[in-house]
Design a protein around this ligand. Sequence first.
Ligand code: NAD
Length: 670
Amino acid sequence: MVKTYRNFKTNLLSNGVMLIGFDNHDKPVNILSSSVLEEFAFIVEDVLTDKDVKGVVLLSLKKNSFIVGADINEVSAMASRESCKELVGKVHKLFHSIEDSEKTFVAAIEGACLGGGLELALACNLRVASDNEETVFALPEVLLGIIPGFGGTQRLPRLIGITPALEMITSGKNVFPKKAIKTGLIDDLVKNIPVENRKIENIESEALISVAIQRALEKRKVRKVNLLNKSLGWPLVRNLVGWKAKRTILSKTDGHYPAPAKAVEAVISEDETPKLLELITSPLCKRLIDIFLMTEKMKPSKIDCINPARDCIGVLGAGLMGSQIAVSLVGKGYTVNLRDLGMEQLRAGMERILGIEQKDLLKRAISKTEFDQRLLKIRPTTDWNRFQKTSLVIEAIKEILEWKVKLLEEFEGVADENTVFATNTSSYTVAEIAQKAKHPERCIAMHFFNPVRSMKLVEIGVAEFTNLSTVTKAIELSRQLGKIPIVVRDSPGFLVNRILARYMIEAIILESEGVPVRDINSAAKKFGMAIDSGRAMGPLELIDYVGTDTCMHVIRSLKKLGSRVEDRPIFETIMQKQYIPDRIKLSQDKITQRLILPMVDEALRCLGDQIVKEPEYIDMAMLYGAGFPAFRGGLLKWAANEGLDNIKSRLKDLQGQYGDRFAPFENFKI
Ligand code: NAD
């Protein structure tokens, strides 16, 4: 018998299994908002008392997603600890009633099972999941400055063991189905082909749901506690594990992000609510949620002008960036023509690609078949034969302008008129590269950041002559690759490198003055500067990481902006490692000011030059492309908090002390 609610549809099957289908009203995905939870509690209460119901299957009627978590807008609006405590108390009661029920509750999971969604699945007796690329499990709460609050910190360690649970809870990272079955997070993995036109009436014929129904008819499974988990019942062992986990977290976050350490405390003390309440009303949580909401706003409305099943992408240059970009493309199902000058360069590129894919295989993020398929999708070549049919080409050859101009000419000789030419240049403008192009309208920049896999930003550099369909294709492809595309005006260094150049130049000048490299890097790291999903990194380490050649090109290209980014002789000397200065001591605060304040100045100049229209884009770009610390809310948000007048006067002081490169922009406002 089928029943329809505002956010659910249920179907009581003749064998006594109740299917409860989550189907959030007016939303593309299922979210556990307070109104959804209220309705769900009402349905669960009915089910628990209905003698005809023998078992229950929880499923989603949305395509490719189970439940993506709690309602972030509600979390953000949580005015007081009391209101949070009340909501959490209700959810705990509801989840306990599922956990303690005599009836077997099975979560049938296909697609994203995140945050509160996973916590609900953990309260079920069994979890069966679909073995496809969309299915993923995570408790990402720490990334928002909070901890799982619906029992996740308690049930997960009991289910999979304390060490893997701590890893999942404190990192917020995704776990894919193959790893999930190995750790015991799920009980069955099913090859599922969703039925056409998924409805609660016809869904039982799906392989996943049919397995879940069989499981729901079984007696409740009593989980055995393994020896290691038993030993964790001893306070001494628990405290030791907790102490070790907190020490590792502290070494990674330097105390800037309290949520992971609080999550450890919640696991060890077996009491999560007080820790959640402490965090949820903090300004840091608010800042991180603002960033999350802004990021969501930038996510797709799907355009489908470019399609992995149909389109082949070309990558020119199999070096550091080209090979990583190729990996991202095949990961999303694209076929890639990878061109370099000779077999030796291609071999080196393919080895790099193999290394990255092997890591995924080892982590069980992909199966051996997927691994083989991905590699088969890359077609290394030294000629242009296959390039006529590519829909978009990403140029990632050496940062030498004449080479890039010549390459574009060669490309135009073979590619058809609609093929987009996207350069990954760090320092030249699209206009410079397309100076001899016959079809400049299809030229654009897609500036990826290193390492491509973890740096989410792609700057879409749009020249005056770039046409709209080119812009749309570049944005859509970036989004398909899971990136955050930010459209920037075509100009030297685009946005991030222009701002970051000020920081790197100052770091080199500090080094040339004799300030120890360690002090320079450590001041930046203490401020929170990082790369690659939060790995702390100082400016001089960043220069080594990106490559001195690339940095030199960026800084040289910015010379045209004026004396503040002058290509100093001292800079050249340092790069060539010929100048060994005397050591001097400078306070950490002074070093931090000299590194960070010029970035604020340059960001305001970028706004003045309309490189982007809104200050929020600068904050997002610096966060996802330059490792500016999320806990500070963004470069310009931080500056506004400090007070722009205050920053301006500190810059003037620095100008008096160190010279005109610190002279603040005259229009010093946001
Ligand atoms: P790289 O030196 O590692 O690789 C460049 C590759 O291009 C080499 O394998 C080279 O043989 C090949 N090549 C040269 N001319 C070619 C041609 N005509 N056709 C095909 N292949 C050719 O360089 P990289 O670090 O990967 O940088 C590539 C581009 O990406 C540059 O424009 C750089 O500024 C930009 N970029 C670099 C980084 C970084 O961190 N290194 C970050 C963002 C953007």
